[in-house]
Design a protein around this ligand. Structure first.
Ligand SMILES: [Zn+2]
Length: 66
């Protein structure tokens, strides 16, 4: 398992460190840049950037659905 290693590499928090939620606020890619901040849908904590999320999505395509 190298999922933890990928999390460290991208900096994106799959699980919120504040509330433990997996949910994130939806963003509109058409109006968002790579450095757009992705926030926790539950508590608004910063989970990472859109660029981090995209890297994570590419690497974890078989694990997560977006
Ligand atoms: Zn949260």
């Amino acid at each position: 398992m190298n999922l933890h290693q990928d999390t460290v590499t991208t900096g994106f928090k799959i699980v919120c460190t504040d509330c433990g939620s997996l949910s994130i606020k939806p963003t509109d890619p058409a109006h968002a840049s790579d450095d757009t901040i992705i926030e926790c849908r539950h508590c608004n904590a910063v989970r990472g950037t859109l660029a981090d999320l995209q890297v994570l999505a590419r690497r974890s395509r078989d694990v997560f659905e977006f």
